[in-house]
Design a protein around this ligand. Structure first.
Ligand code: NAI
Length: 360
């Protein structure tokens, strides 16, 4: 393979790919802008221990492109982008702080054209440190991305239940929530408020205990996907929909927050053949990005509410197209997203980096 990413299999006309290296500490990071379109591009900052730089680059190209897909489905203006840091970062203390400030310097080189925030391996305290050096970090504003993500998943469940079970409410609907963390915990509250019957599982006993107090029945993590329920909501880890779990799923709807729920594209087809309606993860969990858009655009809660309803309509459209064409929902969503991306490419062109330094 060539040492430049143009002929990388995951390259999709990305507009900028930047490589950073701190000679003193050895810290390495990459930032990719899949599309600028007319505004800042956005995507989280992921810290992972990659086996090598090729693996980091593949993740970078794939994830930044994925953010454009999420953005067009969420109906927000951002082009997709991502930062990946080749971990590990120092666990704590001054060394971690120094590394975070260095990453913030690299974010600043985009002069506002790239906005970033929490992702795998980065904590909100870390983002607060980066904020000391760069104004271009998000997720510390008025709207909690996790709570907004939970609202989006709730909207996804409502739409999927309407489509699959022909019901307009969740009263008595049985939902299994895998992972009772920031998103799963908030989702449980919304479901219970709707009169749903909730069963949950979490590897963290304290989180499970907190859910019991709300009225959630807890089952072991190994069996949550097998529960006799209407809806299975993965809100913990990726690749949970795979050749082992899918034949055991009894729910007729799968809608959750976890990223990359399908282990392989064939698993989407398997769900489709079994009559399980799957809300594609990057649409169902787009609430976090909507919260970020609200923060940057200084929008209010009513604006978020409208975006949530639009997200629900987009999902309904995905379900309708998948039903009409008899294809997996993931395939339908990808086709709709790609069409929207092409439309934005036509409208905005492949822009040079927008001059956004004044926009904070
Ligand atoms: P979190 O870390 O607060 O919660 C995840 C929970 O899952 C934890 O309580 C953890 O103990 C539990 N868990 C881990 N492995 C498990 C397993 N095998 N079985 C059952 N429980 C398990 O994370 P958060 O923020 O709630 O995110 C949940 C998922 O949603 C993640 O996959 C994340 O990537 C995705 N997501 C989160 C967004 C956000 O804004 N927080 C936005 C979009 C996606």
């Amino acid at each position: 393979m060539s040492c430049v990413p143009y002929d990388h299999p995951a390259f999709d006309a990305h507009e900028e790919v930047a490589f950073f290296h701190d000679a003193t500490s050895g810290l390495r990071a990459m930032i990719a802008i899949h599309r600028h379109w007319r505004t800042a591009s956005a995507g989280g900052c992921r810290v992972r221990e990659y086996p090598d730089a090729d693996a980091a680059l593949a993740d970078l190209l794939r994830l930044s492109r994925g953010m454009s897909y999420k953005s067009v489905m969420a109906g927000v203006d951002f082009g997709g982008a991502k930062a990946v840091v080749m971990g590990p970062l120092p666990e704590a203390g001054e060394a971690r702080r120094t590394a975070l400030l260095r990453i913030a310097d690299w974010v600043n080189t985009f002069a506002g054209a790239f906005r970033t925030g929490v992702d795998f391996g980065l904590r909100s305290e870390d983002v607060a440190v980066m904020r000391e050096r760069t104004p271009y970090v998000v997720g510390l504003g008025a709207f909690d991305p996790a709570a907004t993500t939970a609202h989006g998943v709730h909207e996804a469940i409502l739409n999927a239940v309407r489509h699959r079970l022909d019901r307009d409410d969740l009263e008595g609907v049985r939902v299994a929530v895998q992972g009772l963390g920031k998103v799963g915990g908030a989702l449980v509250d919304l479901l219970l408020a709707d009169g749903a019957v909730v069963v949950g599982a979490d590897t963290d006993v304290d989180r499970a205990a907190a859910a019991v107090k709300k009225g959630v029945r807890i089952v072991p993590v190994e069996i949550i996907h097998r529960e006799d329920v209407d809806v299975f909501s993965p809100c913990a880890v990726g690749e949970i929909l795979n050749e082992t779990t899918i034949p055991e799923i009894r729910a007729v709807v799968v809608a959750g927050a976890a990223n990359n729920q399908l282990a392989r594209p064939e698993d989407g087809l398997d769900l489709h053949r079994r009559g399980i309606l799957y809300a594609p993860d990057y649409v169902a969990n787009a609430g976090g990005l909507i919260a970020v858009a609200a923060e940057l655009g200084e929008h209010d809660a009513a604006w978020i509410g409208r975006k949530m309803k639009a997200l629900g309509r987009t999902l309904s459209h995905v379900f309708t197209v998948a039903t009409e064409k008899d294809i997996p929902t993931q395939e339908a969503a990808d086709a709709i997203a790609l069409e929207r991306i092409r439309e934005r490419d036509r409208r905005f062109g492949h822009n040079p980096r927008p001059q956004l330094a004044a926009q904070r």
